[in-house]
Design a protein around this ligand. Structure first.
Ligand SMILES: NC(=O)c1ccc[n+]([C@@H]2O[C@H](COP(=O)([O-])OP(=O)(O)OC[C@H]3O[C@@H](n4cnc5c(N)ncnc54)[C@H](OP(=O)(O)O)[C@@H]3O)[C@@H](O)[C@H]2O)c1
Length: 355
């Protein structure tokens, strides 16, 4: 049995689901991967739990219950991430896996330190992969960095792209609907709902970030398609991907409440665009596209009733899949699937390190 220490940074929706899945999969992990993950550190933005012998499952489940109740994780203040890793290294831990399921900027020094120590890194946090290329490139195709859940919310998108690259199938273009939130809003527009109403409904259902402009601005989708393009071998910068925001610049500086009140000012133009698309038998979908020279992210008319209009999909146009691009589709959202993608990354890292 391989005993693998795990350090988990971030214990929000994805982190909680991941801890639960690690605990629930113990038997399966032992039989399928001959692996026992023992969580030595669990941290949120201000505190941490540390036990070099492994936090027992009861304590892990109690910790996620506390976070679900919005209580503090632990009374112990968190050291900076590099100090956490040093503590693990000083305790003799080798081949540990560090998991970044935060949504924060500035994790690069931690990732670099983990890699220097020979540790593996699994992340659902896109930020380090979507920064300036000069800084981000060292994480792409690094054998100890995995990031399946950064795109596709757990669908095996990154694994498929890695496979295409491994078998020398040249990638020409990648396209997809990469936001569950914007997919929901587009679906509501099809049904005749006003944009402001669709935004309010998505917010009420918890599908948007607390500030819906974070979804509507398209930046998160841009990060995803940038990651895919970079993996495909194109050294793109964020500025080479044009992004259509679904709100106007005048609404950018408002508070969230003010924005929700002002959102009906967006309705008339969107209604016109939905009607123009419908007149041609189309519906609007928020689509991301990237190729070697850059990409674009924004609303695109797609034939109503076509598979692409009705699926959360990603397609790869390659040398071998040229006329009929290789497609991955299906549900791809939510913390359970995202956490499963991270767990899959952790197993992949163990297998890789075994070779
Ligand atoms: N939710 C999804 O379906 C989904 C899908 C794909 C990818 N992702 C990505 O997965 C990541 C996590 O998403 P989420 O929904 O779980 O986010 P979340 O609910 O906002 O949780 C983020 C967690 O990170 C913690 N944190 C912040 N700064 C930290 C630091 N410096 N060190 C350690 N922990 C820190 C927060 O602590 P506090 O609890 O103290 O605030 C919180 O526990 C994000 O990058 C997101 O983009 C999410």
């Amino acid at each position: 049995m391989k005993e693998i220490p795990v350090i988990i940074l971030g214990i929000g929706g994805v982190g909680q689901a991941l801890v639960q899945q690690i605990v629930e999969s113990r038997g399966l992990l032992a039989s399928r991967a001959q692996t026992h993950f023992y969580v030595v550190a669990l941290a949120d933005s201000s505190s941490w739990i540390w036990d070099p012998a492994g936090i027992d499952d009861e304590k892990l489940l109690a910790a996620i219950s506390a976070k679900r109740r919005h209580e503090s994780l632990s009374p112990t203040p968190k050291p900076d991430p590099a100090a956490m890793l040093d503590q693990a290294s000083a305790a003799g831990m080798e081949r540990a896996i560090v998991v970044d399921v935060t949504a924060t900027d500035g994790m690069e020094p931690m990732i670099d330190h983990a890699l220097q120590l020979g540790y593996g890194v699994a992340m659902a946090n896109k930020k380090a992969l979507a920064g300036d290329w000069a800084a981000a490139q060292r994480y792409f195709n690094h054998r100890r960095v995995r990031h399946e859940s950064t795109v596709g919310g757990g669908q095996p998108v990154i694994a498929t792209l890695r496979y295409l690259l491994d078998v020398n199938d040249p990638i020409f273009q990648i396209e997809g609907q990469l936001s569950g939130t914007l997919g929901f809003i587009c679906g509501a527009l099809d049904k005749g709902m006003a944009l402001s109403q669709a935004i309010a409904e998505a917010k009420a259902k918890g599908f948007t970030e607390p500030d819906p402009r974070e979804d509507l601005g398209g930046k998160d989708v841009m990060r995803k398609v940038l990651i895919l393009g970079r993996m495909a071998g194109w050294p793109l910068e964020a500025a080479e991907i044009s992004v259509e925001s679904l709100y106007t610049p005048e609404l950018a500086s408002l508070t969230i409440d003010e924005f929700m009140t002002a959102a009906p000012s967006l309705d008339a133009e969107m209604k016109r665009r939905v009607a123009a698309a419908a007149a041609d038998g189309n519906v609007l979908r928020y689509v991301a596209e990237v190729g070697p020279d850059g990409g674009k992210v924004g609303l695109k008319p797609l034939p109503a009733g076509s598979p692409l209009a009705n699926l959360k999909y990603i397609s790869f146009r390659t040398g071998r899949y040229y006329d009929e691009p290789l497609m991955i589709g299906g549900k791809g959202a939510g913390v359970e699937m995202t956490a499963a993608g991270v767990l899959g990354d952790m197993i992949g890292l163990v297998r890789e390190q075994n070779q």
